[in-house]
Design a protein. Structure first.
Length: 77
């Protein structure tokens, strides 16, 4: 993977910033990468809030769909 990324991005001005990030990621050892992945995985901590947010979003979508249907029926009548 590192050889492919080096051949693709290294030495090209348009990829210079991206290459610096990729190079840092490729240098991470497995233990360090696992710690970073754990930081991104906080599903257990936000599970309740996430469910409430999803329910609110889905109910808002349903209410909007009902509003559109009612508006369409009024326009037809």
């Amino acid at each position: 993977m590192d050889i492919l990324m080096h051949e693709t991005m290294s030495g090209k001005d348009m990829y210079s910033k991206l290459w610096n990030v990729v190079r840092m990621l490729l240098v991470l050892s497995h233990d360090q990468a696992a710690a970073v992945e754990r930081d991104f995985s906080i599903n257990k901590q936000v599970d309740v809030a996430c469910r409430k947010l999803l329910l609110a979003a889905s109910s808002a979508r349903q209410k909007y769909s009902l509003y559109l249907e009612e508006s369409k029926k009024k326009a037809e009548a």
